[in-house]
Design a protein around this ligand. Structure first.
Ligand SMILES: [Fe+2]
Length: 326
């Protein structure tokens, strides 16, 4: 059974103690709709799904859970069977946790880089109007957006998505940053150019200079104007815009990158290409952007986090092991 095209990113959970900053950032600047606020968590919507981004109170300042939506029970059973075959232990989440995620039921494993990987079939929808500063977000068959991760175990991470979710390689980018060659593999699960991007440094030792498990999360807005207006709001609020507006070489998305209050970045973009499975051939690009995406003056801490070429920080990462389920 091939499940390509029946898999999409569904939701994300991050842990943070900076609730006020997250509301300013996600709601007031990027236009996500704050739908719930308690002492313990925040929930945001971007479409008629009840939940898409949840922030849970805690000190990690990082992404902790990734929800992947499967088309139906047959696909769910197929993925669970693949976990069984590979000896990967999974559990079903409890009803309370499912409700918190805005899904009817979910199953989870300890995923690559220690992100809890969760799979579900049925989302819970909201019929409340979406109150947002932007025209809207594109999700549909493409899912919530994409995630990009740096890794010291690129082969394993890529294999994970291929083996359990039938991911396909869309293309790759090789770029030199501060003398270090960075290779990025773009994996698709459906029509979206990529749902998961896997980045690693080239050389005998694999470096991972990024503190957070996820380097960036992408949301796709409906209008180009949304990109520019959100970019301006981020600057007005003093959030750290890391890369100015630019056009990506491979997915042709016009986007900018801004550091979230928890340091991992959000890419807000418009109009990435969709892949035609009949004609697409994977290619290799030597630049990440056609124009723009210029790095802006970073704060010292962010400068370190964002520099893929910061070898000292990268070397520190050698000391910590990176978890992989396979
Ligand atoms: Fe991206």
């Amino acid at each position: 059974m091939n499940i390509f095209g029946q898999v999409k990113i569904g939701y994300l959970i991050a842990e943070s103690n900076k609730f006020d900053e997250w509301i300013d950032f996600a709601q007031k600047c990027l236009g996500l709709a704050l739908s719930e606020r308690t002492e313990q968590h925040l929930s945001f919507r971007i479409d008629d799904y009840q939940k898409r981004l949840m922030i849970v109170k805690g000190a990690q300042e990082d992404v902790t859970h990734l929800g992947v939506q499967l088309a139906n029970d047959a696909v769910l059973n197929e993925v669970l069977q693949r976990f069984d075959t590979r000896g990967i232990r999974y559990q079903q989440g409890c009803a309370e946790d499912a409700a918190f995620r805005g899904v009817k039921a979910f199953w989870f494993i300890r995923g690559p880089k220690d992100i809890q990987l969760e799979i579900f079939v049925d989302e819970i929808r909201s019929d409340a109007p979406l109150e947002t500063k932007v025209s809207g977000f594109y999700t549909d068959a493409s899912g919530m957006g994409h995630v990009a991760l740096t890794t010291r175990k690129p082969e394993k991470m890529i294999r994970f998505w291929q083996e359990f979710f039938d991911a396909r390689l869309t293309d790759s980018v090789e770029q030199k940053i501060n003398g270090v060659i960075l290779d990025v593999s773009f994996l698709r699960l459906n029509e979206r150019h990529h749902s998961v991007a896997v980045a690693r440094t080239r050389g005998n030792v694999q470096l991972d200079p990024i503190r957070t498990r996820v380097q960036h999360v992408n949301f796709q807005v409906l209008e180009l104007e949304d990109v520019n207006a959100s970019y301006q709001r981020c600057k007005d609020y003093g959030f750290n815009v890391v890369w100015d507006v630019g056009l990506h070489t491979n997915d042709r998305e016009i986007s900018f990158y801004v550091a979230s209050p928890s340091d991992f970045e959000i890419e807000l973009g418009w109009n990435p290409i969709k892949i035609d499975e009949q004609t697409w051939k994977p290619t290799k690009h030597t630049s990440i952007s056609v124009w723009g995406h210029k790095p802006r003056k970073a704060t010292p801490i962010h400068g370190i986090l964002h520099e893929f070429g910061n070898v000292q920080r990268g070397l520190k990462s050698l000391k910590r092991d990176e978890y992989s389920p396979i």
